[in-house]
Design a protein around this ligand. Structure first.
Ligand code: ZN
Length: 143
């Protein structure tokens, strides 16, 4: 695979939002993941996705998605560093280029997983990502 480098750096403003994907493969890890999910909801204004107990899309094992705005990144990302409970977590930007977002430009916390990115589109605007609509009501400080 040839790594094509852009002549100019990509602009930060190309990032419209972020996703965190929290993965598990055992019943014990699932319980940890659901506890982390509740802790996130109590502390951060994010859009929690459904719990997927089977692999979906490019994700090779069970997971749920947390969609969040660029303003939330600086709090949630280090919180996940400290509190992911040993689980693998993928944090990726949403720039409209779905394959690059997952394959070239992600941040992994814990052990990275091999994503199934071949089928992801990479043309601008084909990622189907819409604006973050927070569905949590945090009552605790993100401390
Ligand atoms: Zn995602």
């Amino acid at each position: 695979m040839t790594e094509e480098r852009p002549a100019e750096p990509l602009e930060l403003r190309s990032i419209r939002s972020y996703h965190a994907h929290i993965y598990w493969s055992t019943a014990e890890q699932r319980a940890v993941a659901l506890r982390v999910r509740e802790q996130i909801a109590a502390r951060f204004s994010v859009q929690l996705g459904r719990v997927h107990d089977v692999a979906v899309g490019p994700h090779p094992i069970a997971m749920y998605q947390v969609a969040f705005s660029i303003e939330v990144f600086a709090g949630l990302t280090p919180w996940l560093m400290l509190n992911r409970g040993g689980l693998s977590v993928l944090v990726h930007p949403n720039t409209g280029h779905a394959r690059d977002d997952h394959e070239r430009n992600p941040l992994w916390l814990g052990a990275p997983l091999a994503l199934l990115t071949e089928s992801l589109p990479n043309e601008p605007g084909t990622d189907g990502i819409s604006d973050v609509v927070a569905n949590t009501s945090p009552t605790l400080p993100a401390a």
